[in-house]
Design a protein around this ligand. Structure first.
Ligand SMILES: *Cc1c(COP(=O)(O)O)cnc(C)c1O
Ligand SMILES: [Zn+2]
Length: 420
């Protein structure tokens, strides 16, 4: 089913799935939990075979999207359903860096994807998997951005979509999902309750829940945010990354992407300290990190950062492991710090991010303030979503326009001195 053919003509064996806990092996398919130990499954690759390919040349001459890393993904690109996510800018952030004492700070601006968040990457991979497994209906449990990405991809693929969201999401995310034509279901409960319901539905009905039964495929899309940054830095891994955490999948996969590049010979070393960012109103991983335990206690979210409001993060344990192994930290920031950081990023770098990006920049500032970075370290902050989707969050914090009549006199009296 997943026969990968490289430009050189050599084929790769069909990928299998392996339990992350007990290493039990399974055939490729729409399954996500181990039957032996209930651990999560992940895709297995033959790195030795990949290392024999001219991978760097394959990648550098491929399409300008995340599919340039196709040999390191579990499914093949299907052009007619591809919205071409990825290959987003890595911006040197000189002005923001100066305010933090960092000479080599970069913003990975993933807010410019087809539906304006990094979720287009994971959904792109999951849609190809859903196609190859013969599904007609795609579905998801979403905190907002995933809903947009699933609805858009389903529209393009001509598949039906059913999207489940908790109450209270931002208007922009809800309206856009509906515009793409998805069946949108608002559940009276938290995201964690929505997710539990979706797991039950997936047991009973043959639907492709991209982040439930297709999770091993879906999550692999997150690796491309590691691959891209390494390529954009000239095939080197950053010294630090700062990544927002919802379920924790993205953070774990960025690190996995970097270590895979080393495994196939494209990076010499991965010195990267992996830091995570959570809103204080939903910070179960940051709390466990601070307490030095691996025990993540579920919380009921209370934060404006709705896209990160997951009280029972599925990959929390793995996030803790990656952060501790790499010498990173998990930081919690308040909603006020988040809003101020959305504005700081917009004012200093011209990038307007949603609440998740505000959480990331606030965590970056906190880490810089406590001396986590060397002045010359390469630091990459991942901006994963678009500010226009969460206007509510900044509505009260920004200045309203200055209202004048259309006269030079009014302009000179009311405006001129403000700009000078
Ligand atoms: C979903 C999401 C994340 C984090 O996703 P994980 O569940 O941790 O992989 C980060 N930023 C934005 C904007 C998101 O929508
Ligand atoms: Zn197992």
């Amino acid at each position: 089913m997943f026969e990968a053919r490289f430009p050189s003509g050599e084929t790769m064996p069909e990928q299998q799935l392996r339990c992350r806990e007990c290493s039990a092996m399974y055939a490729a398919g729409p399954r996500y939990v181990c039957e032996q130990c209930f651990g999560p499954l992940e895709v297995v690759y033959d790195y030795a075979a990949l290392a024999r390919q001219p991978l760097r040349q394959i990648i550098e001459t491929s399409v300008p999207s995340m599919w340039r890393y196709e040999p390191l993904l579990p499914v093949r690109r299907v052009p007619e359903i591809d919205l071409e996510p990825g290959y987003t800018p890595l911006l040197p952030a000189g002005r923001l860096g100066r305010t933090l004492g960092l000479r080599r700070l970069f913003i990975k601006n993933d807010s410019v994807n087809p539906t304006w968040s990094f979720k287009d990457r994971v959904v792109g991979v999951a849609m190809s998997a859903a196609r190859s497994f013969g599904y007609d209906v795609v579905a998801c449990a979403s905190t907002g951005n995933l809903a947009n990405a699933v609805a858009a991809h389903a529209g393009r693929a001509g598949m039906r979509a059913c999207v489940f969201i908790p109450k209270g999401l931002e208007r922009g995310k809800v309206l856009a999902t509906a515009a793409y034509g998805a069946t949108l279901v608002e559940v009276d409960g938290t995201y964690d309750e929505v997710n539990r319901l979706c797991a039950e539905i997936a047991e009973e009905h043959r639907w492709a829940f991209v982040n439930v039964n297709l999770r091993p495929y879906y999550s692999e899309g997150g690796k491309t945010l590691g691959f891209e940054v390494a390529e954009q830095l000239g095939w080197r891994a950053p010294d630090h990354v700062v990544v927002p955490i919802a379920s924790g999948s993205l953070l774990v996969k960025i690190h996995k992407g970097l270590t895979e590049l080393q495994a196939v010979g494209l990076l010499e070393s991965v010195p990267t300290h992996v830091h995570g960012a959570q809103p204080a109103g939903c910070a179960p991983v940051a709390t466990a990190f601070a307490e030095g335990t691996s025990d993540i206690r579920p919380v009921i979210p209370n934060t404006l950062a709705r896209s990160l409001a997951i009280g029972t993060p599925a990959d929390g344990r793995y996030v803790l492991r990656v952060a501790r192994q790499t010498g990173g930290a998990i930081v919690a920031v308040t909603d006020d710090e988040m809003v101020a950081s959305i504005q700081l990023l917009a004012e200093t770098e011209g990038v307007f991010t949603e609440t998740a990006g505000g959480v990331t920049i606030a965590a970056l500032r906190a880490l810089a303030a406590r001396g986590a970075f060397g002045e010359d370290d390469i630091v990459v902050a991942y901006i994963t979503g678009q500010g226009f989707k969460t206007l509510e969050a900044v509505a009260d914090a920004t200045r309203p326009p200055i209202a004048i009549r259309a006269t030079l006199k009014d302009f000179e009296r009311n405006v001129l001195e403000l700009v000078a």
